[in-house]
Ligand binder design. Structure first.
Ligand SMILES: [Zn+2]
Length: 165
């Protein structure tokens, strides 16, 4: 279990109530202190988890449901061209996070804004190469204990069968 609060972590410390847009026993959300655009919101677990994979499954699910509703609310506030949901896990400490406490960013986007997300995509490597990569990931999932047939759906989730040829 992580520490509930990590000394010196700004997201574990006291938050000015005026910037809080949402608060429940597990997560809270604030307007970003270092926004990319206006209405940039961070959804933050109250316990100090540093990476997405550290979140217990029920907390991860809860956080994404809260983020969905916050994203909907942000869209109501001001017209925007798109909305980005983004988070980086800084695995090696290379500087991908200003704060090493997991957070999900909700970022309104506008055509011509100063955000640069250049995916620099490669061309399609072909089905054989993609299948080899998929096999490696499936193997890793199996080693992590992912059950055959996947996780059971959360209550109320729509299910369908996906053809995997
Ligand atoms: Zn923290």
């Amino acid at each position: 279990m992580p520490e509930a609060r990590k000394p010196g972590c700004p997201f574990c410390g006291d938050i000015s109530p005026g910037v809080v847009v949402y608060d429940d026993p597990l997560v809270y959300a604030i307007v970003s202190q270092r926004p990319i655009n206006d209405y940039h919101v961070l959804v933050i677990p109250k316990h100090h988890y540093e990476q997405f994979i550290d979140l217990p499954d029920p907390l991860a699910a809860h956080l994404f449901v809260v983020a969905k509703h916050l994203s909907h609310a942000v869209r109501q506030v001001r017209p925007m061209d798109a909305i980005c949901h983004l988070s980086d896990d800084d695995i090696t400490g290379a500087g991908y996070n200003l704060v090493r406490h997991y957070k999900l960013h909700i970022i309104p986007r506008h055509v011509g804004d100063r955000v640069v997300i250049n995916w620099n995509r490669d061309p399609d490597p072909g089905e054989a190469a993609r299948s080899a990569l998929a096999a490696e990931i499936r193997s890793a999932l199996a080693k992590l204990g992912m059950p055959e047939g996947g996780l059971p759906a959360a209550g109320g989730a729509e299910q369908r069968t996906t053809s995997t040829k």
